[in-house]
Design a protein around this ligand. Structure first.
Ligand code: B12
Ligand code: SF4
Length: 572
């Protein structure tokens, strides 16, 4: 009996992988995950092709090619599909992942029409049967909508065979630990996935087993993928406790990076344990230093705390916070770029890179913009590309572009970088600080290993260093920062921060090098701003999400409170 060949094709957008993503190449979690839910006993031969390493023209025949992606990957996905289809005309093509969900939200599935089957939603419970039907030639549904969130408490380990043969080409590992978030930010599409406005947690024991297994393959850096690690703080504590317990009997000392909210500042014991367990840096959606903008987007957890104080408290334990920042909220005023420059400095944030507000399909923001007639067509406007957005802003286009460009110059300047680093280090001298020794999520050793296997990463690093060194001032501030680091003898592990800071700074230099007004595909509202452009009729009733109406209404009320204030200022 011959086995059927099923090949996973990971074909992400190249620009993002090679430039925007710090040159770091992460593993395709979806493939390892879905592979473990395919009944291999049926004698499938599963393989993985990642077009960042392998040439699509060399891919062997498969009975089924499985694709995945996010919105910005569309051109690359279509290109890879058509190359394969030309060579293997009888093969079936299936596409899943966030791109399908997002495009479905805006009735754009026809853009994915080239695929034989499109899967919307979680794939674990669908994949095995779909493959069986395709191979039996009885799969007649083109679009498969799975509205049920997979019970993550039933998750399986990664498909080992695929991991073993491919893991060493990626930077560390990405391990999914939970899905969902109980908050209600207006711009966020996490909340609108079916049953996703609450945490779905993976089995704690399995998380630790996977960490142990991946460590045994040489992994030392983990992205613990989730939407909000402290969406369920009790479970978060269980995970951290289990890692600590495992470390009592294990010699491995990996580092972890994860996503969570500013609310962490209220959890001193959890922060202490997270440091002891090896949590190195954290992504937090800071979004804005303007409290009206935060209220507008219903990011209430950030307004309650006062962003700067909360960030400082979290960083005082040792975590560098990677801040998500957004420009272009309706409530942003002319001071938005300056207040971000000042806020980053005051909070001692050394990492964090802003984007312009984008209305992701299906979000309340998208609905408000649509009702207000402020959605625009932009090639890459469905998210992902920083300077290509799909909404018409209230602040003038030229102001936003010039403000952003000036912001980028300031962000890159040696003196500003140095001052932020100094503020960051100064905040580590208190009683909260817990060192990870020399461990850091950014590991030069690991980066060198990755570069040895990937010439593109080496090229990018050389380019990065060249771009940095082209300004003598940068070198001056680099040595100043090094000397400051050396003087901070009380901070154990201080050189790891220095390396992290330098890595982030050079990344920013590459990201913004040569950026000009021509790179922006953005638009602003023309003519007089009217009430209907900010609070359109029907917004309050445009709930329609699969979460309790009282929750969505609570978000609408927060947003409206802030927008009404804005209307008074702008229009009255
Ligand atoms: C980890 C992560 C990252 C990491 C690493 C990503 C990686 N591995 O390459 C980093 C930090 C680098 C990152 C960066 C970005 N990310 Co990100 N990231 C995530 C996160 C938190 C987890 C992704 C993950 O691995 N999930 C676990 C896997 C198993 O889930 P999955 O891929 O969705 O697959 C499931 C289903 O979709 C389905 N499925 C998927 N593929 C297929 C295929 C078939 C055939 C079938 C049947 C089913 C199926 O089945 C799977 C199991 O249920 C998600 C949010 C989330 N909770 O998912 C955001 C998310 C994927 N990121 C997102 C974005 C926008 C970005 C950035 C563009 C952000 C930015 N502005 O810079 C960049 C671009 C990265 C790039 N491509 O270069 C968006 C994508 C939105 C969209 N619709 O396009 C998401 C969904 C977050 C969000 N809601 O905004 N990200
Ligand atoms: S806290 Fe983060 S994940 Fe949760 S709804 Fe807000 S933006 Fe989305």
């Amino acid at each position: 009996m011959t086995s059927s060949r099923v090949t996973f094709i990971h074909s992400p957008n190249r620009f993002y992988s090679e430039v925007q993503n710090n040159g770091v190449i992460f593993m395709p979690v979806w493939a390892y995950t879905l592979a473990s839910h395919i009944d291999v006993a049926k004698l499938y031969k599963l393989s993985l092709v990642d077009t960042r390493f392998e040439n699509i023209n060399d891919v062997d025949y498969a009975d089924v090619f499985l694709f995945s992606g996010i919105n910005q990957d569309l051109p690359d996905i279509l290109q890879s599909r058509s190359t394969l289809a030309a060579r293997h005309p009888t093969t079936k093509f299936v596409l899943g992942g966030p791109i399908c969900w997002s495009f479905d939200q805006v009735d754009d599935l026809d853009k994915l029409d080239a695929f034989d089957h499109i899967v919307i939603g979680d794939g674990e419970a669908v994949i095995d049967q779909l493959l069986a039907e395709i191979l039996a030639d009885s799969a007649d549904q083109k679009v498969i909508r799975n509205r049920e969130r997979f019970a993550l408490s039933q998750s399986k380990p990664f498909y080992r065979q695929m991991v073993v043969t491919t893991i060493d080409r990626y930077y560390g590992a990405v391990l999914e630990i939970s899905r969902g978030c109980p908050f209600l930010c207006e711009f966020c599409d996490i909340r609108i996935l079916p049953d996703n406005n609450r945490p779905h947690n993976r089995q704690v024991d399995l998380i630790v087993e996977e960490i142990e297994y991946l460590c045994s393959l040489g992994v030392r850096s983990f992205l613990l993928a989730c939407d909000n690690f402290i969406g369920d703080p009790r479970w978060a504590e269980e995970v951290v406790d289990a890692i600590l317990k495992w470390q009592e009997t294990s010699d491995y000392r990996p580092v972890f990076y994860t996503w969570l909210t500013l609310n962490l500042y209220k959890m001193p014991e959890l922060m202490r344990k997270m440091r002891l367990a090896g949590f190195d840096s954290l992504f937090i959606g800071v979004e804005s230093f303007n409290s009206n903008s935060l209220l507008e987007t219903a990011k209430v957890q950030n307004t309650a705390s006062g962003v700067i104080g909360a960030v400082k408290e979290i960083q005082s334990y040792g975590f560098p916070v990677v801040a998500g920042l957004i420009f272009g909220f309706d409530s942003d005023d002319e001071s938005c770029f300056d207040s971000t420059i000042n806020g980053l400095l005051e909070a001692g944030l050394i990492s964090g890179d802003p984007s312009l507000l984008t209305a992701l399909p299906g979000t309340p923001l998208f609905k408000r913009m649509k009702l207000a007639g402020r959605i625009r067509d932009s090639k890459y406007g469905l998210g992902g590309f920083k300077y290509h957005t799909n909404i018409k802003y209230l602040l003038p286009r030229d102001f936003l572009i010039q403000g952003y460009l000036k912001f980028a110059v300031k962000l890159n300047s040696g003196q500003y970088q140095y001052e932020r680093f100094k503020a960051f280090l100064d905040n580590k001298e208190g009683k909260n600080y817990i060192s990870l020794g020399g461990r850091s999520y950014f590991s030069p050793k690991l980066a060198i290993q990755v570069m040895r296997k990937n010439p593109a990463a080496l090229k990018l690093t050389l380019y990065r260093l060249g771009a940095f060194a082209s300004s003598p001032k940068n070198i001056w501030y680099l040595f100043k920062a090094l000397s400051y680091t050396m003087s901070k003898t009380k901070i154990e592990g201080r050189f790891a921060y220095f390396q992290f800071w330098f890595a982030i700074w050079t990344t920013i230099i590459v990201k913004y090098r040569g950026i000009s007004a021509a790179d922006f595909d953005i638009e602003s509202l023309k003519g007089n701003v009217e009430n209907k452009h900010i609070i359109p009729d029907g917004y309050i009733d445009s709930t329609g999400e699969a979460i309790p109406k009282n929750k969505t209404l609570a978000q609408r009320r927060e947003t409206l409170k802030s927008l009404e204030l804005l209307v008074k200022q702008k229009i009255a």
